[in-house]
Design a protein around this ligand. Sequence first.
Ligand SMILES: [Zn+2]
Length: 249
Amino acid sequence: MNSSLNGKDYNTLLLGEEGMEILRELRFLIVGLGGLGSFVAQELVRLGAKNLLLVDHDRVERSNLNRQILYDLSDVGKSKVIVARNKLLKIAPDANIEAFDTRVNRTTGGLLVNSVDIVIDCTDNFETKKLLNRLCYKAGKGFIAAGVGSWEGWVASFPFFKREEEEIPCLECLFPGELEALKELGGGSVATAVTTVAVVASVQVQEVVNLVANKGANLEGKTLVVDLRNYQCVPIKISKNPQCEVCAR
Ligand SMILES: [Zn+2]
């Protein structure tokens, strides 16, 4: 480590004042505070994001502790979003973090999506992913979806705030199948390790950075498929489905 960096704000060195200002101003909705959401929320706060809405109706269970890094044994039985909020405020006491201990349905989801700029899907079911996709498309929000199962995962990015100027496919174009058939692609039916959620969640947060803060390469219109057991990481283009129920015009 270069000792000349001591005391400097590393994030500002990396992102510049302009990038930091963007991260500070944007409002993020994190849906699901499980494996992916624990990492996503903590990484966003450590990067300097100040406005986070957290939503999840689950309690912490002992079996969560293998991968959900915001929780420990003393949290078992407690509301995930309340515990998460308290821990995040210990990292950044000046952050504005709101916790919603509720299920995401058409009504609650609509209200939450409409009150933010970027929605980060950290859920383990395609019913909610598809609902978020519809709501984000309709409202023109950024939508960064992901799924994990065993040692594999995927991330896809849909900056619907550009949809008036660009042809942007949606999650339904990528996964047109029935909910049952999608279970193993991030539907919560497969045991998952902390390494997988750490990598996939970090890609989701890096996508925030690349998409809005440093204007690097991004996953717009692509899905990044990661296989940790075989060390494969492949970006795949998403073709827009002209018959898509959500995004076809
Ligand atoms: Zn579509």
